[in-house]
Design a protein around this ligand. Structure first.
Ligand code: ADP
Length: 652
């Protein structure tokens, strides 16, 4: 009998999202969940088989060209999850499925080198109480928040819970950590403790390695997974627990279709599996904390540091923009630490050498030819765009504007140079996107820090999270106001969280810690609140702003971006979309639904694409999902791309 396969194609929204193809003779072992290659309008395409049957379709049908996998690469739970993602994120089934299968860059495998204790530590009272309550609630589809200050030992609670799952149940667990951050330290410890039961699915692995680990999970050979964002799709059997460490972190949000958030996918998976979700953070997202206060999420507090007596003291110091990159006070304290053989962490959240290249004659900054963005000067004589990656020789710019070019501002490369000059012979390493192109650098740098082979660690926000080095007693932040001016209602939350996290790197063991935050705007509310390191207070103030402006958690957002290399086309399309939405809006409740825009995106042009957006605030996301699927998506074309972002985290 002739067999047919229904295939979810890996393409953006089109009428033919799933199509039926004939299974040719000889391809008789094709199963649901295998990838195949097919032809659609003379083009080769990939898709996943989601059904096999013998019902001949009424239209002319082609053969499957090639079977890619011998065995299924997604299981039935994942296919169900993909249906949910398609509806929730207004995407396609194929695109959703392809988010789950490991593909991508060929990264270096970094060797775990930091050695720590493979023993479980005895939990303190607060840790034990949280552990017991969460454990007692297993199987109830509940969400818990472990709200613990930096250094309070959240990781140890995760470890005990994972250990319980492994030893006393037949269930599986997934632990998610933020991308490119130093939380990889956790990972090494877990490898020592759980050994062969642990599968890694993080972005630091080679694709082949990640794929191998993925298949082992699919076959049920391992029960504990640690990984970054997409590890939330890990095909484990019998899921019992999902943990999101640093749950507020933005790397949990995906930036291409479907634009999922790992926390939301986790919520869906624990519902289907009657499992538990644990969120952990010292600075939870405002949304999570709101629900924790309301009681929808169960909150557990860790109010004390596990090892040291208390949090570090924090000072916010006024620093005018002058020739000296680092203020006198901070320089003095760095020197003091170096003499005492203690360690220093210095954050400057700007990569490159000088973020601005100024043309005095024309009184403007040198811009990227492809983006609404200034070029940044990088050492080795390059001017680079941080939005699209465009790069040109600095010499070329100098030749073009002789005698009128000047570098302004400072990035991490300049800071590095400055410190090496100020403190000759100092052992210093810099971690930022440029220095960690080879990812091995991250783990070797942490190892050096912990082995006392390093005096100063400097870098961008990458160094703020997770790092647990006992000899770090001073944390300095240069230009702390960076980021506060972004046109995004979450700008304050991000800066507060970053400063709290980086402050949390100091004084984690026996020695007391000190934090110096340098800024031009010492009076800024967010910087003042960072000084107190009091998230509760920050929350109380920030939530009022959210309420008055009707931002999440008081409404849900949907962002629609239209982009095209032709400005007119992008504009025309967003205007059409606006008309459709406004027409529908007539019959909606005007007190709970708002349509803002269309306007140019703050980054109007990226990589030669012009961008316009509309922001919807609503309490009826489902209604808008339907409208978008039915009326908005068909307006996309090969020349105008539409981005649909449900619950966006970036508005630029
Ligand atoms: P957090 O993730 O909350 O910032 P960590 O989990 O990194 O904190 O813990 C901070 C430090 O305290 C780590 O060095 C950890 O080994 C140690 N620690 C955690 N719990 C305990 C405990 N119960 N007894 C002793 N040390 C602990």
């Amino acid at each position: 009998m002739i067999q047919y396969a229904d295939i979810a194609l890996n393409i953006p929204f089109k009428a033919e999202e799933t199509l039926t193809y004939q299974i040719p003779d000889g391809m008789n072992r094709l199963q649901i969940g295998c990838r195949v290659e097919v032809e659609l309008r003379k083009r080769k395409m990939e898709g996943v088989v989601i059904g096999v049957h013998s019902n001949m379709p009424s239209y002319e049908i082609k053969n499957i060209k090639r079977q890619i996998d011998k065995e299924p690469v997604v299981n039935s739970e994942q296919i169900q999850l993909a249906y949910w993602m398609r509806d929730f994120y207004v995407s396609t089934l194929g695109e959703s499925l392809y988010k789950m299968i490991p593909t991508g860059r060929k990264n270096q495998l970094s060797e775990p080198v930091v050695v720590d204790s493979p023993e479980l530590l005895t939990l303190n009272e607060e840790q034990l109480s949280a552990y017991k309550k969460i454990k007692a609630d297993f199987g109830n589809e509940k969400i818990h928040l472990l709200y613990g200050i930096t250094g309070s030992g959240k990781t140890e609670v995760y470890i005990h819970l994972l250990n319980h799952i492994l030893k006393n149940t037949d269930k599986s667990a997934i632990l998610l950590v933020p991308e490119i951050s130093l939380t990889f330290q956790i990972l090494y410890r877990l490898e020592l403790i759980f050994g062969k039961q642990l599968a890694l699915l993080h972005s630091n692995l080679r694709v082949s390695e990640r794929y191998k680990n993925y298949l082992q999970l699919l076959r049920g050979e391992k029960r504990i997974v640690i990984g970054t964002r997409s590890a939330i799709f890990a095909p484990v059997k019998n899921l019992g627990l999902v943990i999101l460490d640093e749950e507020h972190d933005n790397s949990y949000k995906e930036h291409s279709n479907p634009r999922y958030h790992a926390r939301q996918v986790a919520q869906q998976r624990i519902k289907v599996n009657k499992a538990t979700l644990l969120l952990g953070s010292a600075t939870p997202s405002l949304e999570s904390f709101f629900y924790a206060k309301k009681g929808t999420i169960v909150m557990h507090r860790l109010s004390k540091r596990a090892k040291s007596s208390g949090l570090s003291t924090v000072q916010v110091v006024s620093k005018k923009e002058d020739k000296e990159l680092v203020g006198e006070d901070l320089l003095f304290k760095i020197k003091q630490r170096l003499e005492r053989k203690e360690q220093v962490v210095l954050l400057l959240n700007r990569r490159g050498y000088s973020p601005l290249i100024y043309n005095r004659k024309e009184k403007k900054f040198i811009e990227c030819p492809n983006c609404t963005s200034n070029l940044c000067y990088h050492s080795k004589g390059k001017a680079i765009c941080h939005l699209c990656g465009y790069s040109e020789k600095y010499q070329k710019i100098q030749k073009e504007y002789p005698d009128s070019i000047e570098l302004m501002g400072a990035g991490t490369q300049k800071l590095e140079e400055y410190l090496l000059e100020k403190f000759p012979g100092v052992r210093l390493e810099r971690l930022d996107q440029d220095s960690t192109k080879n990812r091995e650098v991250i783990s070797s740098t942490i190892t050096k820090l912990i082995n006392r082979e390093l005096d100063i660690l400097t870098g961008t926000q990458m160094i703020a999270k997770g790092l647990d080095a006992p000899l770090v007693t001073l944390v300095g932040v240069i230009n702390a106001g960076t980021g506060l001016g972004l046109p995004d209602f979450r700008a304050g939350e991000r800066v507060f969280s970053l400063l709290t996290q980086v402050a949390g790197r100091a004084g984690r063991a026996d020695l007391n810690g000190e934090v110096i935050i340098e800024t031009v705007n010492t009076d800024h509310r967010v910087l003042q609140l960072s000084k107190e390191q009091n998230y509760d207070k920050f929350y109380d103030e920030e939530i009022l702003v959210r309420r008055s402006l009707l931002f999440p958690p008081f409404t849900r957002l949907i962002r629609i971006v239209s982009r095209s290399s032709k400005e007119e086309k992008a504009k025309e399309t967003i205007e059409k979309i606006s008309l459709i939405l406004l027409e529908k809006y007539k019959t909606m409740d005007h007190n709970s639904n708002y349509i803002l825009g269309p306007v140019e995106c703050p980054f109007f042009k990226i990589d030669s694409n012009y961008r316009f957006h509309i922001l919807i605030k609503t309490n009826e996301q489902n209604l808008f999902r339907q409208i978008i699927r039915e009326f908005v998506l068909p307006l996309g074309s090969s020349s105008v791309y539409l981005e649909i972002d449900i619950d966006p985290v970036d508005l630029v």
